[in-house]
Write a protein that binds this ligand. Structure first.
Ligand SMILES: [Zn+2]
Ligand SMILES: [Zn+2]
Ligand SMILES: [Zn+2]
Ligand SMILES: [Zn+2]
Ligand SMILES: [Zn+2]
Ligand SMILES: [Zn+2]
Ligand SMILES: [Zn+2]
Length: 112
């Protein structure tokens, strides 16, 4: 498990980061990472696992954004680590840019 030692921000309700449910706990999307803050303040790096509900496969879908939208750094959607790649959070779903279209890697439960 990767741990942050120089993390100066305290994640919590209303901290300004998007909170998501993961495996029974709450994590925060922070600079493209999924941060889990333990009670002692330690920050762990979490990654959403590839599962039946969140498959990492080609699965083109009708996007909830213009077809011409290309996800990437600064595209306006929150990056989310999923398996060995980065997805983007759109309306509670993981979107994965793939050869000019958008794959749907399943739902994410956004808290709050
Ligand atoms: Zn935060
Ligand atoms: Zn987690
Ligand atoms: Zn953080
Ligand atoms: Zn695809
Ligand atoms: Zn985007
Ligand atoms: Zn994905
Ligand atoms: Zn998309």
């Amino acid at each position: 498990m990767q741990v942050h030692t120089d993390h100066e921000h305290t994640h919590g309700e209303g901290c300004g980061h998007t909170a998501v449910r993961h495996d029974g706990h709450t994590d925060y999307l922070h600079d493209g990472h999924l941060h889990h803050q333990k009670e002692d303040g330690t920050i762990e790096e979490h990654v959403l696992p590839v599962t039946d509900a969140n498959p990492a496969e080609h699965n083109a879908h009708d996007a909830e954004h213009p077809e011409t939208h290309e996800h990437g750094p600064g595209c306006g959607h929150e990056p989310v680590p999923h398996g060995d790649h980065t997805d983007y959070l759109v309306d509670g779903h993981l979107h994965h840019p793939h050869e000019g279209h958008c794959d749907d890697h399943g739902p994410v439960e956004v808290v709050g």
